[in-house]
Unconditional design. Structure first.
Length: 219
């Protein structure tokens, strides 16, 4: 008899745990204690263990014998590589999003921009990281490009943004805000080439700034 596929419904905690890691609720190298996860995500121990195994495959979690699981710490070299790969994929996504953008999509993007401005003014870099993730995720959703979305999910590039948020100096945050506004403007123009260029410039600049900051800190 063929083995029935595992049911992954509302009781599957993989997504909520993933979102908590990517959003910064858990810190790099922080231990993920099963009892705490059971209480927090209201799932049984078996479901938690299966979720951690899936997240290990995605590169978000490390499981060690007799020590349990922890959030994976992204090495500096890998962080830069992830951002460079993300620039290529999200440029493609932006091209498709410009073609498929609706007025409601545009209103949603502007709402996220307003939230980013507020978080910058409050100096809330954790909140900024989460809102930044929502902006880029919204553009991926608009593009409706399943292959690019799947590859981006595997990269989990937003973990890098959170882990290295301390590299975001006030001047750099202002530049990022301007780049986000330019990106949304390019999408609103419905010009695929302009949207692709704006996204590539934004993420290339982010990768370069991260690389420069890490080089300075290693001296």
């Amino acid at each position: 008899m063929a083995k029935r596929p595992t049911k992954r419904g509302v009781d599957d905690p993989t997504g909520p745990i993933r979102d908590a890691i990517v959003g910064g609720s858990f810190f790099p190298n922080e231990r993920l204690i099963e009892e705490d996860l059971v209480r927090r995500f209201k799932a049984n121990r078996g479901a938690i263990r299966l979720a951690l195994a899936r997240l290990e495959q995605e590169g978000l979690v490390v499981r060690e014998p007799n020590r349990g699981a922890r959030v994976r710490l992204v090495a500096e070299k890998e962080a830069v590589e992830i951002m460079e790969a993300r620039a290529m994929l999200e440029s493609l996504v932006a091209r498709h999003a410009a073609i498929k953008l609706t007025q409601q999509d545009l209103r949603n993007l502007h709402a996220i921009l307003r939230e980013l401005k507020r978080l910058i003014a409050e100096g809330d870099m954790v909140g900024y990281s989460e809102a930044n993730m929502r902006l880029h995720t919204a553009i991926v959703d608009i593009a409706d490009h399943a292959t690019a979305a799947r590859l981006l999910l595997g990269l989990r590039a937003q973990t890098v943004v959170f882990q290295y948020r301390h590299t975001l100096q006030p001047g750099r945050v202002a530049i990022l805000m301007h780049e986000h506004e330019e990106l949304v403007r390019a999408l609103a123009s419905r010009d695929p080439g302009a949207a692709e260029k704006a996204m590539r410039s934004h993420l290339d600049n982010t990768a370069a700034a991260l690389k420069a900051r890490l080089q300075r800190s290693s001296r």
